[in-house]
Write a protein of this length. Structure first.
Ligand SMILES: [Zn+2]
Length: 345
């Protein structure tokens, strides 16, 4: 039996205009929404998100940043950071993107569904408390994680960030907080150039941040092997009450920004692994939120692969048959870095 899957989608996300030549373009979502209608009609529960309330956004972002966001409503096209243009209705899309993730938390904790995919833009994982950046306006996942902690008294949330860029916003926000374990695989040579392997958290959060810089040559087998070796002990030991996935698909070989060579097989493989671990270690809910992914076709195919694994529960064999020596060495290095914390034993 597959999982009961909810999605959040809304035409208002398309009103966040970034200009003709910007990679984070409304067509990314148009293409995904069309695929959902063609492939998953009647097989996912469609939720219409509401804008988040200000009090939840204020828990992560400063009044100055929120005010700056609101001021963009007066302008036709402006920029909040050199790479982050916004239009007059972008603030509404940003508010709604957070709201979609909060809706996901409510649906999952209320057991209306087992997995939830917030198909939103703008993305969020680079947004810092006091500023936008990297195409991100509000930090959708950080706000939703804090919301789940405060509203539902959750104590252990695992955030998996498989976008090829390091999610510095989520990373920094929970760096000293063990209630959120942040795991990221990323390319250190890309924006925001952070996420070294020895950054493992601080204070009571020490050991609760896992940064895994990937090699650009990694294959699907390598990536699936790595996730399998890391996530299996991690989920067994940390016992997450909720798993959130910062689901960017720009590590795909066809992506114009990422420099990696993965395919949708990686995303299907990791999703299948999560479903298997869910069956073994308890029915933790899964909240996916769309981050990057800038090639329309591969982005859409990748989202499709994730949803198909969740709904059909293919039990895709995610045991990677032939990981490279580099992938084996990287797993060993992550295990050695985290050996003293015990969470990967
Ligand atoms: Zn990205």
């Amino acid at each position: 039996m597959g999982l009961k899957v909810g999605i959040a989608r809304d035409e208002r996300f398309l009103e966040h205009k970034t200009g003709h030549f910007h990679p984070e373009h409304p067509n990314r979502l148009t293409s995904i929404y069309r695929m959902i209608d063609q492939e998953f009609s009647g097989r996912v529960i469609d939720f219409k998100p509401e804008p988040a309330s200000l009090e939840h956004i204020e828990r992560v972002h400063t009044p100055g940043h929120i005010r700056q966001m609101l001021k963009t409503a007066e302008l036709r096209l402006t920029s909040l950071a050199p790479d982050t243009p916004v239009s007059a209705t972008s603030y509404l899309a940003a508010w709604l993107a957070v709201g979609a993730c909060l809706k996901g938390v409510d649906c999952l904790i209320g057991r209306e569904c087992d997995a939830f995919f917030a198909l939103v833009r703008p993305p969020g994982h680079h947004a810092l408390p006091d500023r936008a950046g990297g195409f991100c306006l509000f930090n959708n996942i950080a706000i939703a994680a804090l919301y789940a902690i405060e509203k539902y008294k959750l104590e252990r949330i695992l955030v998996i960030d498989w976008d090829i860029h390091h999610g510095n916003g989520i990373h920094d926000f929970f760096y000293e907080d063990r209630r959120v374990l942040y795991l990221s695989t990323h390319d250190l040579m890309l924006y925001p150039y952070s996420g070294e392997i020895d950054q493992t958290g601080k204070g009571t959060g020490e050991g609760y941040t896992i940064n895994i810089p990937l090699d650009r040559s990694f294959s699907d087998d390598d990536a699936i092997y790595l996730y399998q070796e890391i996530l299996t002990p991690l989920i067994r030991n940390y016992k997450p009450q909720l798993i959130m996935i910062a689901a960017g698909f720009d590590a795909h070989a066809d992506d114009p920004i990422g420099r990696s060579r993965l395919t949708e097989k990686t995303y299907a493989g990791i999703t299948a692994l999560l479903v298997r671990l869910r069956n073994t270690y308890g029915p933790f809910p899964l909240l996916f939120s769309l981050e990057g992914g800038y090639d329309q076709r591969s982005l859409t195919q990748s989202v499709k692969a994730v949803l198909a694994e969740l709904i059909n529960e293919h039990e895709t064999e995610s045991n990677a048959s032939t990981p490279s020596q580099d992938a084996i060495a990287l797993v060993k290095s992550v295990q050695a870095t985290h050996a003293r914390y015990g969470v990967l034993k």
